[in-house]
Ligand binder design. Sequence first.
Ligand code: SAH
Ligand code: SF4
Ligand code: F3S
Length: 441
Amino acid sequence: MRRYHVTTFGCQMNAHDSERIKGMLEELGLGEAASPDDADVVVFNTCTIREKPDQKLAAYMGEAAARKREDPDRVIALGGCFAEAQRERIFELYPAVDVAFGPGSIAHLGDWLGAGGVGVARGRFGLDDRDFAAELPTRNERSFQAWVQVSMGCNSKCSYCIVPAVRGREQSRRPGEILAEVQRLADSGVRELTLLGQNVNSWGRDLLPDIRTEFGELLRACDRVDGIDRIRFTSPHPKDFRDPVIEAIAECAAVCEHVHLPLQSGSSRLLKAMRRTYTRERYIELAEKMRAAIPDLALGTDIIVGFPGETEQDFLETLEVVEHVGYDSAFTFVYSPRNGTEAAALPNQVPHELKIERMERLVELVQRIARERNEARVGRSEEVLVEGPSRTDASVLRGRTRRNTAVNFTGEALAGELVEVRIEAATSMTLRGSQRALVAV
Ligand code: SAH
Ligand code: SF4
Ligand code: F3S
Protein backbone atom coordinates (compact mmCIF):
# COMPACT_ATOMS: atom_id res chain seq x y z
CA MET A 1 0.00 0.00 0.00
CA ARG A 2 1.27 3.49 -0.82
CA ARG A 3 1.50 5.86 2.13
CA TYR A 4 0.94 9.55 2.70
CA HIS A 5 2.03 12.06 5.32
CA VAL A 6 0.49 15.49 5.90
CA THR A 7 2.41 18.27 7.66
CA THR A 8 0.14 21.08 8.82
CA PHE A 9 1.12 24.70 9.40
CA GLY A 10 -1.01 27.59 10.59
CA CYS A 11 -4.41 27.97 12.16
CA GLN A 12 -7.31 25.73 13.15
CA MET A 13 -8.83 26.10 9.69
CA ASN A 14 -5.74 24.42 8.27
CA ALA A 15 -5.96 21.70 10.94
CA HIS A 16 -9.55 21.13 9.80
CA ASP A 17 -8.55 21.15 6.12
CA SER A 18 -5.76 18.65 6.79
CA GLU A 19 -8.28 16.18 8.22
CA ARG A 20 -10.16 16.47 4.92
CA ILE A 21 -6.93 16.06 2.92
CA LYS A 22 -6.26 12.85 4.90
CA GLY A 23 -9.83 11.70 4.32
CA MET A 24 -9.43 12.28 0.56
CA LEU A 25 -6.10 10.42 0.42
CA GLU A 26 -7.55 7.46 2.32
CA GLU A 27 -10.44 7.32 -0.15
CA LEU A 28 -7.79 7.06 -2.88
CA GLY A 29 -6.48 3.97 -1.10
CA LEU A 30 -3.45 5.42 0.67
CA GLY A 31 -2.52 4.68 4.28
CA GLU A 32 -0.96 7.11 6.73
CA ALA A 33 2.83 7.04 7.30
CA ALA A 34 4.31 7.96 10.67
CA SER A 35 6.70 10.52 9.17
CA PRO A 36 7.38 12.22 5.82
CA ASP A 37 10.47 9.95 5.48
CA ASP A 38 8.26 6.88 5.11
CA ALA A 39 5.68 8.48 2.82
CA ASP A 40 5.20 8.09 -0.92
CA VAL A 41 2.95 11.16 -1.03
CA VAL A 42 4.17 14.03 1.12
CA VAL A 43 1.67 16.85 1.63
CA PHE A 44 2.37 20.26 3.15
CA ASN A 45 -0.70 22.25 4.13
CA THR A 46 0.88 25.68 4.33
CA CYS A 47 0.37 29.00 6.09
CA THR A 48 1.66 32.43 5.14
CA ILE A 49 0.26 34.66 7.90
CA ARG A 50 3.77 35.77 8.93
CA GLU A 51 7.26 35.26 7.56
CA LYS A 52 8.02 32.51 10.08
CA PRO A 53 5.76 29.83 8.59
CA ASP A 54 7.23 30.66 5.15
CA GLN A 55 10.72 30.00 6.51
CA LYS A 56 9.66 26.84 8.28
CA LEU A 57 8.20 25.53 5.04
CA ALA A 58 11.50 26.30 3.25
CA ALA A 59 13.33 24.05 5.73
CA TYR A 60 10.80 21.21 5.32
CA MET A 61 10.92 21.57 1.53
CA GLY A 62 14.72 21.30 1.61
CA GLU A 63 14.46 17.92 3.33
CA ALA A 64 11.61 16.72 1.13
CA ALA A 65 13.49 17.68 -2.05
CA ALA A 66 16.59 15.79 -0.85
CA ARG A 67 14.50 12.64 -0.26
CA LYS A 68 12.90 13.02 -3.67
CA ARG A 69 16.34 13.10 -5.30
CA GLU A 70 17.01 9.67 -3.77
CA ASP A 71 13.60 8.38 -4.71
CA PRO A 72 12.06 10.32 -7.61
CA ASP A 73 8.76 8.41 -7.35
CA ARG A 74 7.87 10.31 -4.22
CA VAL A 75 5.13 12.86 -4.79
CA ILE A 76 5.30 16.27 -3.12
CA ALA A 77 2.02 18.16 -2.83
CA LEU A 78 1.76 21.73 -1.56
CA GLY A 79 -1.63 23.08 -0.46
CA GLY A 80 -2.91 25.90 1.71
CA CYS A 81 -2.36 29.63 1.99
CA PHE A 82 1.32 29.90 1.01
CA ALA A 83 0.59 27.93 -2.16
CA GLU A 84 -2.30 30.26 -2.97
CA ALA A 85 -0.24 33.40 -2.27
CA GLN A 86 2.62 32.18 -4.47
CA ARG A 87 0.46 30.58 -7.15
CA GLU A 88 2.26 32.36 -10.02
CA ARG A 89 5.73 31.15 -9.09
CA ILE A 90 5.30 28.15 -6.83
CA PHE A 91 6.96 25.67 -9.22
CA GLU A 92 9.93 27.97 -9.83
CA LEU A 93 10.29 28.58 -6.11
CA TYR A 94 10.11 24.87 -5.26
CA PRO A 95 10.89 22.78 -8.37
CA ALA A 96 10.48 19.53 -6.39
CA VAL A 97 6.76 20.21 -5.99
CA ASP A 98 4.57 17.95 -8.15
CA VAL A 99 1.13 19.20 -7.17
CA ALA A 100 0.09 22.57 -5.78
CA PHE A 101 -3.40 23.76 -4.93
CA GLY A 102 -5.20 26.50 -3.05
CA PRO A 103 -7.19 26.06 0.19
CA GLY A 104 -10.52 26.10 -1.66
CA SER A 105 -9.58 23.26 -4.02
CA ILE A 106 -8.98 20.28 -1.74
CA ALA A 107 -11.96 18.53 -3.35
CA HIS A 108 -9.89 18.11 -6.54
CA LEU A 109 -6.95 16.37 -4.91
CA GLY A 110 -8.17 13.08 -6.32
CA ASP A 111 -8.03 14.42 -9.91
CA TRP A 112 -4.33 15.25 -9.59
CA LEU A 113 -3.23 12.28 -7.58
CA GLY A 114 -4.53 9.32 -9.57
CA ALA A 115 -5.60 5.99 -8.07
CA GLY A 116 -3.17 5.03 -5.31
CA GLY A 117 -1.69 8.53 -5.44
CA VAL A 118 0.64 7.79 -8.36
CA GLY A 119 -0.39 10.20 -11.12
CA VAL A 120 0.58 13.84 -10.77
CA ALA A 121 -0.58 17.08 -12.33
CA ARG A 122 -0.65 20.75 -11.53
CA GLY A 123 -3.46 21.85 -9.29
CA ARG A 124 -6.11 24.48 -9.19
CA PHE A 125 -6.10 27.84 -7.51
CA GLY A 126 -8.68 30.54 -7.25
CA LEU A 127 -11.02 32.26 -4.88
CA ASP A 128 -14.18 32.49 -6.97
CA ASP A 129 -14.70 28.81 -7.46
CA ARG A 130 -14.15 27.33 -4.02
CA ASP A 131 -15.67 24.37 -2.25
CA PHE A 132 -16.29 23.93 1.46
CA ALA A 133 -13.69 21.45 2.65
CA ALA A 134 -16.30 20.53 5.27
CA GLU A 135 -18.27 18.58 2.63
CA LEU A 136 -15.37 16.16 1.97
CA PRO A 137 -14.59 12.83 3.63
CA THR A 138 -12.58 13.23 6.81
CA ARG A 139 -10.21 11.47 9.18
CA ASN A 140 -10.90 12.97 12.62
CA GLU A 141 -7.83 13.02 14.85
CA ARG A 142 -9.92 12.49 17.99
CA SER A 143 -13.17 10.58 18.26
CA PHE A 144 -14.67 12.93 20.87
CA GLN A 145 -13.70 16.33 19.46
CA ALA A 146 -14.32 17.83 16.03
CA TRP A 147 -13.94 21.00 14.01
CA VAL A 148 -17.03 22.23 12.17
CA GLN A 149 -16.47 24.72 9.37
CA VAL A 150 -19.27 27.30 9.27
CA SER A 151 -17.81 29.75 6.77
CA MET A 152 -14.81 30.38 4.56
CA GLY A 153 -13.02 33.58 3.65
CA CYS A 154 -13.08 36.99 5.28
CA ASN A 155 -14.65 40.31 4.27
CA SER A 156 -12.56 42.42 6.65
CA LYS A 157 -9.72 44.55 5.38
CA CYS A 158 -7.28 44.47 8.31
CA SER A 159 -4.32 46.27 6.76
CA TYR A 160 -1.67 43.81 8.03
CA CYS A 161 -3.45 40.61 7.04
CA ILE A 162 -2.95 38.32 4.05
CA VAL A 163 -5.93 36.05 4.80
CA PRO A 164 -8.55 37.83 2.63
CA ALA A 165 -6.12 37.65 -0.32
CA VAL A 166 -5.62 33.89 0.03
CA ARG A 167 -8.99 32.73 1.37
CA GLY A 168 -11.25 35.13 -0.53
CA ARG A 169 -14.63 36.68 0.26
CA GLU A 170 -16.66 35.36 3.12
CA GLN A 171 -19.16 32.65 2.30
CA SER A 172 -21.36 31.06 4.96
CA ARG A 173 -22.28 27.42 4.91
CA ARG A 174 -26.02 26.84 5.03
CA PRO A 175 -27.42 26.12 8.49
CA GLY A 176 -29.06 22.86 7.40
CA GLU A 177 -25.70 21.51 6.21
CA ILE A 178 -23.90 22.59 9.37
CA LEU A 179 -26.54 21.06 11.64
CA ALA A 180 -26.62 17.82 9.67
CA GLU A 181 -22.87 17.51 10.22
CA VAL A 182 -23.22 18.36 13.93
CA GLN A 183 -25.90 15.67 14.29
CA ARG A 184 -23.69 13.10 12.52
CA LEU A 185 -20.78 14.00 14.79
CA ALA A 186 -22.93 13.72 17.91
CA ASP A 187 -24.22 10.33 16.72
CA SER A 188 -20.63 9.14 16.29
CA GLY A 189 -19.69 10.08 19.85
CA VAL A 190 -18.27 13.60 19.47
CA ARG A 191 -18.83 15.67 22.63
CA GLU A 192 -16.92 18.87 21.88
CA LEU A 193 -17.30 20.99 18.76
CA THR A 194 -15.26 23.96 17.63
CA LEU A 195 -17.10 26.04 15.05
CA LEU A 196 -14.62 27.49 12.58
CA GLY A 197 -14.55 30.53 10.34
CA GLN A 198 -11.98 33.19 9.53
CA ASN A 199 -14.54 35.57 10.96
CA VAL A 200 -16.79 33.05 12.64
CA ASN A 201 -19.30 35.36 14.34
CA SER A 202 -20.22 37.24 11.19
CA TRP A 203 -21.66 33.94 9.97
CA GLY A 204 -25.01 34.12 8.21
CA ARG A 205 -24.93 37.67 6.89
CA ASP A 206 -24.32 36.63 3.29
CA LEU A 207 -27.16 34.08 3.37
CA LEU A 208 -29.69 36.90 3.02
CA PRO A 209 -32.21 37.23 1.45
CA ASP A 210 -32.76 33.42 1.29
CA ILE A 211 -32.10 32.79 4.97
CA ARG A 212 -32.36 35.31 7.78
CA THR A 213 -30.16 34.21 10.67
CA GLU A 214 -27.09 35.14 12.72
CA PHE A 215 -24.35 33.43 14.71
CA GLY A 216 -26.23 33.43 18.04
CA GLU A 217 -28.99 31.39 16.45
CA LEU A 218 -26.44 28.89 15.15
CA LEU A 219 -24.96 28.52 18.64
CA ARG A 220 -28.43 27.85 20.02
CA ALA A 221 -29.19 25.26 17.34
CA CYS A 222 -25.91 23.41 18.03
CA ASP A 223 -26.59 23.59 21.77
CA ARG A 224 -29.89 21.74 21.23
CA VAL A 225 -28.17 18.71 19.66
CA ASP A 226 -28.16 15.84 22.18
CA GLY A 227 -24.73 14.53 23.09
CA ILE A 228 -22.83 17.77 22.41
CA ASP A 229 -21.51 18.86 25.82
CA ARG A 230 -19.14 21.61 24.76
CA ILE A 231 -19.23 24.17 21.98
CA ARG A 232 -16.33 26.48 21.16
CA PHE A 233 -15.84 28.81 18.20
CA THR A 234 -12.93 30.63 16.55
CA SER A 235 -11.91 33.17 15.32
CA PRO A 236 -14.44 35.85 16.13
CA HIS A 237 -14.08 39.58 15.41
CA PRO A 238 -15.04 42.10 18.11
CA LYS A 239 -17.19 44.02 15.60
CA ASP A 240 -19.55 41.05 15.26
CA PHE A 241 -20.32 40.37 18.92
CA ARG A 242 -23.90 41.65 18.74
CA ASP A 243 -26.23 41.15 21.71
CA PRO A 244 -27.87 37.95 20.39
CA VAL A 245 -24.43 36.31 20.22
CA ILE A 246 -23.52 37.35 23.77
CA GLU A 247 -26.93 36.19 25.02
CA ALA A 248 -26.53 32.82 23.32
CA ILE A 249 -23.10 32.29 24.91
CA ALA A 250 -24.55 33.21 28.30
CA GLU A 251 -27.65 31.04 28.00
CA CYS A 252 -26.55 27.88 26.16
CA ALA A 253 -25.36 25.21 28.57
CA ALA A 254 -22.93 23.66 26.09
CA VAL A 255 -21.31 26.90 24.90
CA CYS A 256 -18.09 27.23 26.90
CA GLU A 257 -17.21 30.26 29.01
CA HIS A 258 -14.25 31.09 26.82
CA VAL A 259 -14.13 33.82 24.20
CA HIS A 260 -11.24 34.78 21.98
CA LEU A 261 -11.40 38.55 21.57
CA PRO A 262 -8.54 39.67 19.31
CA LEU A 263 -7.36 43.11 20.45
CA GLN A 264 -4.41 43.59 18.04
CA SER A 265 -3.58 46.98 19.61
CA GLY A 266 -4.74 49.10 22.54
CA SER A 267 -4.15 52.36 20.66
CA SER A 268 -7.17 53.77 18.81
CA ARG A 269 -4.82 55.49 16.40
CA LEU A 270 -3.20 52.18 15.44
CA LEU A 271 -6.52 50.33 15.42
CA LYS A 272 -7.63 52.80 12.77
CA ALA A 273 -4.48 52.25 10.74
CA MET A 274 -5.07 48.51 11.10
CA ARG A 275 -8.68 49.02 9.87
CA ARG A 276 -10.07 47.06 12.82
CA THR A 277 -13.28 49.20 12.90
CA TYR A 278 -13.36 49.55 16.71
CA THR A 279 -11.65 51.92 19.13
CA ARG A 280 -9.90 51.13 22.37
CA GLU A 281 -12.98 52.37 24.27
CA ARG A 282 -15.45 50.29 22.24
CA TYR A 283 -13.31 47.21 22.75
CA ILE A 284 -13.08 47.69 26.53
CA GLU A 285 -16.83 48.31 26.70
CA LEU A 286 -17.44 45.06 24.84
CA ALA A 287 -15.09 43.06 27.09
CA GLU A 288 -16.84 44.46 30.17
CA LYS A 289 -20.28 43.75 28.76
CA MET A 290 -19.29 40.15 28.09
CA ARG A 291 -17.82 39.68 31.54
CA ALA A 292 -21.05 41.02 33.06
CA ALA A 293 -23.26 38.77 30.93
CA ILE A 294 -21.25 35.53 31.06
CA PRO A 295 -20.32 34.29 34.55
CA ASP A 296 -16.76 33.03 34.98
CA LEU A 297 -15.77 34.06 31.45
CA ALA A 298 -12.20 33.42 30.27
CA LEU A 299 -10.93 35.88 27.67
CA GLY A 300 -8.15 35.18 25.19
CA THR A 301 -6.69 37.55 22.65
CA ASP A 302 -4.25 38.22 19.79
CA ILE A 303 -1.89 41.20 19.93
CA ILE A 304 0.52 42.53 17.32
CA VAL A 305 3.58 44.52 18.39
CA GLY A 306 5.56 46.75 16.08
CA PHE A 307 2.84 47.64 13.60
CA PRO A 308 4.19 50.42 11.30
CA GLY A 309 4.27 53.75 13.12
CA GLU A 310 3.80 52.20 16.59
CA THR A 311 5.21 54.67 19.13
CA GLU A 312 6.15 54.01 22.73
CA GLN A 313 2.89 55.75 23.65
CA ASP A 314 0.83 53.42 21.42
CA PHE A 315 2.58 50.44 22.94
CA LEU A 316 1.94 51.65 26.50
CA GLU A 317 -1.74 51.96 25.60
CA THR A 318 -1.70 48.30 24.55
CA LEU A 319 -0.14 47.33 27.89
CA GLU A 320 -2.86 49.32 29.67
CA VAL A 321 -5.66 47.47 27.92
CA VAL A 322 -3.99 44.13 28.64
CA GLU A 323 -3.82 45.04 32.32
CA HIS A 324 -7.35 46.40 32.38
CA VAL A 325 -9.09 43.52 30.58
CA GLY A 326 -7.06 40.78 32.27
CA TYR A 327 -6.65 38.02 29.69
CA ASP A 328 -6.44 34.38 30.65
CA SER A 329 -4.31 33.75 27.59
CA ALA A 330 -2.86 35.77 24.75
CA PHE A 331 -1.12 35.07 21.47
CA THR A 332 1.45 37.77 20.82
CA PHE A 333 2.95 38.41 17.40
CA VAL A 334 5.74 40.56 16.07
CA TYR A 335 4.37 42.46 13.09
CA SER A 336 5.52 40.79 9.87
CA PRO A 337 5.04 42.68 6.58
CA ARG A 338 3.17 40.59 4.01
CA ASN A 339 3.53 41.34 0.31
CA GLY A 340 0.44 42.90 -1.16
CA THR A 341 -1.09 44.01 2.13
CA GLU A 342 -1.75 47.68 2.80
CA ALA A 343 0.44 47.89 5.91
CA ALA A 344 3.51 46.43 4.19
CA ALA A 345 3.70 49.62 2.11
CA LEU A 346 3.36 52.00 5.08
CA PRO A 347 6.27 54.23 6.07
CA ASN A 348 7.75 54.09 9.58
CA GLN A 349 8.29 50.35 9.82
CA VAL A 350 9.44 49.66 13.37
CA PRO A 351 13.07 48.47 13.70
CA HIS A 352 13.46 44.80 14.56
CA GLU A 353 15.26 45.36 17.91
CA LEU A 354 12.50 47.66 19.10
CA LYS A 355 9.85 45.09 18.16
CA ILE A 356 11.71 42.43 20.14
CA GLU A 357 12.13 44.70 23.15
CA ARG A 358 8.41 45.56 23.21
CA MET A 359 7.51 41.94 22.70
CA GLU A 360 9.49 40.94 25.79
CA ARG A 361 7.71 43.54 27.89
CA LEU A 362 4.31 42.47 26.58
CA VAL A 363 4.95 38.77 27.14
CA GLU A 364 6.06 39.41 30.70
CA LEU A 365 2.83 41.26 31.46
CA VAL A 366 0.64 38.72 29.69
CA GLN A 367 2.26 35.86 31.60
CA ARG A 368 2.00 37.57 34.96
CA ILE A 369 -1.71 38.25 34.49
CA ALA A 370 -2.44 34.76 33.17
CA ARG A 371 -0.56 33.21 36.09
CA GLU A 372 -2.48 35.32 38.61
CA ARG A 373 -5.78 34.40 37.01
CA ASN A 374 -4.89 30.70 37.02
CA GLU A 375 -3.64 30.85 40.61
CA ALA A 376 -7.00 32.27 41.64
CA ARG A 377 -8.54 28.96 40.56
CA VAL A 378 -6.54 26.85 43.00
CA GLY A 379 -8.92 25.11 45.41
CA ARG A 380 -11.80 25.05 42.93
CA SER A 381 -13.29 22.09 41.13
CA GLU A 382 -13.41 22.30 37.35
CA GLU A 383 -15.03 20.14 34.69
CA VAL A 384 -12.30 18.66 32.49
CA LEU A 385 -12.66 16.88 29.15
CA VAL A 386 -10.00 14.17 29.26
CA GLU A 387 -7.68 14.07 26.23
CA GLY A 388 -5.54 11.13 27.39
CA PRO A 389 -2.17 10.68 29.13
CA SER A 390 0.09 13.72 29.28
CA ARG A 391 2.67 13.75 26.49
CA THR A 392 5.50 14.56 28.86
CA ASP A 393 4.50 12.39 31.83
CA ALA A 394 2.44 9.28 31.14
CA SER A 395 1.57 8.86 34.83
CA VAL A 396 -0.77 11.85 34.69
CA LEU A 397 -3.77 12.64 32.53
CA ARG A 398 -4.30 15.75 30.47
CA GLY A 399 -7.43 17.62 29.52
CA ARG A 400 -9.02 21.04 29.24
CA THR A 401 -11.43 23.00 31.39
CA ARG A 402 -14.48 24.70 29.89
CA ARG A 403 -12.44 27.90 30.08
CA ASN A 404 -9.93 26.20 27.77
CA THR A 405 -7.06 25.90 30.24
CA ALA A 406 -4.90 22.80 29.95
CA VAL A 407 -4.87 20.66 33.12
CA ASN A 408 -2.52 17.85 34.13
CA PHE A 409 -4.08 15.69 36.82
CA THR A 410 -3.84 12.41 38.65
CA GLY A 411 -6.80 10.09 38.27
CA GLU A 412 -8.30 7.29 36.27
CA ALA A 413 -10.35 8.23 33.27
CA LEU A 414 -10.54 7.54 29.57
CA ALA A 415 -10.00 9.99 26.75
CA GLY A 416 -13.34 11.60 25.93
CA GLU A 417 -14.75 11.45 29.47
CA LEU A 418 -15.84 14.49 31.47
CA VAL A 419 -14.44 14.48 34.99
CA GLU A 420 -14.30 16.87 37.93
CA VAL A 421 -10.77 17.90 38.85
CA ARG A 422 -9.73 19.69 42.01
CA ILE A 423 -7.18 22.38 41.08
CA GLU A 424 -4.07 22.30 43.26
CA ALA A 425 -1.45 24.39 41.45
CA ALA A 426 -1.13 26.77 38.52
CA THR A 427 1.33 28.34 36.09
CA SER A 428 0.57 30.95 33.41
CA MET A 429 -0.32 28.21 30.91
CA THR A 430 -1.47 25.13 32.82
CA LEU A 431 -3.25 23.89 35.91
CA ARG A 432 -2.47 20.83 38.02
CA GLY A 433 -4.93 18.84 40.08
CA SER A 434 -6.49 15.54 41.03
CA GLN A 435 -9.64 13.87 39.85
CA ARG A 436 -12.82 13.75 41.89
CA ALA A 437 -15.92 11.64 41.14
CA LEU A 438 -17.01 11.00 37.54
CA VAL A 439 -19.62 13.39 36.22
CA ALA A 440 -22.81 11.49 35.40
CA VAL A 441 -23.02 11.01 31.65
N1 SAH B 1 -9.23 35.27 11.30
C1 SAH B 1 -8.56 35.28 12.51
C2 SAH B 1 -7.12 34.86 12.40
C3 SAH B 1 -6.20 35.79 11.77
S1 SAH B 1 -4.54 35.30 11.89
C4 SAH B 1 -8.80 36.58 13.24
O1 SAH B 1 -9.13 37.57 12.64
O2 SAH B 1 -8.68 36.58 14.46
C5 SAH B 1 -4.27 35.23 13.62
C6 SAH B 1 -3.55 36.40 14.18
O3 SAH B 1 -2.32 36.59 13.54
C7 SAH B 1 -4.27 37.73 14.01
O4 SAH B 1 -5.28 37.90 14.93
C8 SAH B 1 -3.13 38.69 14.20
O5 SAH B 1 -2.93 38.98 15.57
C9 SAH B 1 -1.92 37.93 13.70
N2 SAH B 1 -1.45 38.44 12.42
C10 SAH B 1 -2.10 38.48 11.24
N3 SAH B 1 -1.32 39.04 10.29
C11 SAH B 1 -0.14 39.36 10.88
C12 SAH B 1 1.06 39.99 10.43
N4 SAH B 1 1.20 40.39 9.18
N5 SAH B 1 2.07 40.15 11.33
C13 SAH B 1 1.92 39.74 12.62
N6 SAH B 1 0.82 39.17 13.08
C14 SAH B 1 -0.22 38.98 12.25
FE1 SF4 C 1 -7.27 38.80 8.83
FE2 SF4 C 1 -8.73 40.70 9.93
FE3 SF4 C 1 -9.91 38.80 8.44
FE4 SF4 C 1 -8.90 38.19 10.80
S1 SF4 C 1 -10.62 39.61 10.45
S2 SF4 C 1 -8.64 37.01 8.91
S3 SF4 C 1 -7.12 39.50 10.97
S4 SF4 C 1 -8.49 40.36 7.69
FE1 F3S D 1 -2.27 30.83 7.99
FE2 F3S D 1 -4.04 30.67 6.13
FE3 F3S D 1 -4.73 30.17 8.61
S1 F3S D 1 -2.44 32.17 6.24
S2 F3S D 1 -3.38 31.51 9.76
S3 F3S D 1 -3.32 29.00 7.40
S4 F3S D 1 -5.96 31.22 7.09
